[in-house]
Design a binder for this molecule. Structure first.
Ligand code: NDP
Length: 292
């Protein structure tokens, strides 16, 4: 007979993590592990370097280990799609997956980058994109995710400003075709003057990213409306020269930490089915980046 004070033990942790190359400086693990501790969950987040040629084997490993999910970062966000069982509609429209969740024995691809940006817009900046006009700098992965989610959330007009014309054209065509968006491309070969019609400006380039933290996109805010919301996806450092200049002119701003925290919050919710301890996650991230 079992003793009354017998306690069932379970040393097996649930596993999630991130695959990337390079990946060592990715701070998401710190944020997720803090959240698991706060929620009393015996889960681990592993930061794993995977070379491009090893991605297929790595996804087999995710299945073999029964991992609950995985994040993907550079250079795996597009390549991973061929190894998954299902791709969520938003991720299909974006054309990339940054989060995989396991449903039974199926691996389902999601994209939380743009959703994280949207949640930050709504929660931190109190900005509703429905009916709004948006200027996005950049045409890479972040720009695709952010612009697609903004269209799905009801933004009425998007202007994409990109240095390399062919890349900008490809992105604009893809987003228009997949979402029906009113989206146009402006070449970026001289200072871009943000028009007074714009409600939201998003820097979705890597300009201002460490170790080039003094760099500023070549734009002018001279004609912008005072209530233009100026946002940046760059989170290291979170106060970019663009955001500083915007704040000095009196514009409301939103930094890239917000997007990073909320994409992690959404990942936690997808994986665990629980509400995420948002404040704990934000604090852990700030500490990891030396900001707390
Ligand atoms: P990509 O390499 O896919 O795209 C980079 C974009 O930046 C391209 O449009 C590129 O233009 C443009 N760019 C880079 N340097 C310059 C420059 N000197 N002048 C003009 N344009 C430039 O990168 P991602 O989209 O994946 O990432 C972009 C940024 O977003 C990174 O800083 C990344 O850290 C950040 N990010 C933040 C997240 C968050 O949660 N806060 C999540 C995901 C990304 P061109 O086409 O001409 O090369």
């Amino acid at each position: 007979m079992m003793a009354e004070n017998y306690m069932a033990v379970n040393y097996r942790a649930e596993l999630v993590g991130v695959l990337g190359d390079p990946v060592a400086e990715n701070p998401t693990g710190v944020m997720q592990e803090a959240a698991f501790r706060a929620a009393g969950l015996n889960w681990r987040y592993l930061t794993i370097q995977v070379k491009p040629d090893d991605l297929a084997d790595a996804i087999r490993g995710v299945r073999a280990f029964g991992m609950r999910g995985i994040n993907l970062t550079i250079p795996h966000k597009v390549e991973v799609m061929q190894y998954l069982d299902e791709i969520a509609p938003d991720a299909q429209k974006i054309g990339a997956v940054n989060t995989v969740r396991r449903v039974g024995d199926q691996l389902v691809g999601e994209n939380t980058d743009g959703k994280g940006f949207l949640r930050g817009l709504q929660v931190d900046a109190k900005f509703n994109p429905a009916g709004k006009r948006v200027v996005i700098l950049g045409a890479g992965g972040a720009a695709r995710a952010v612009s697609t989610e903004l269209v799905l959330a009801g933004a009425t007009e998007l202007i994409i400003v990109n240095r390399t014309h062919s890349r900008g054209e490809q992105m604009v065509n893809d987003v228009r075709q997949r979402t029906g968006a009113a989206i146009s491309l402006v070449p970026w070969n001289e200072t871009f003057v943000v028009p007074p019609e714009a409600d939201l400006l998003v820097n979705a380039t890597s300009i201002g990213l460490y170790p080039h933290g003094d760099d500023m996109p070549d734009i002018s805010l001279e004609r912008a409306r005072p209530d233009l919301l100026v946002s940046d996806v760059v989170f290291n450092p979170p106060e970019t020269p663009l955001l500083r200049a915007a704040r000095e002119r009196g514009h409301p701003t939103l930094d890239g930490l917000s997007m990073l925290v909320y994409q992690g919050v959404i990942g936690f919710e997808l994986w665990t089915g629980r509400d995420a301890p948002e404040a704990v996650m934000k604090e852990a991230l700030k500490q990891a980046l030396g900001l707390a």
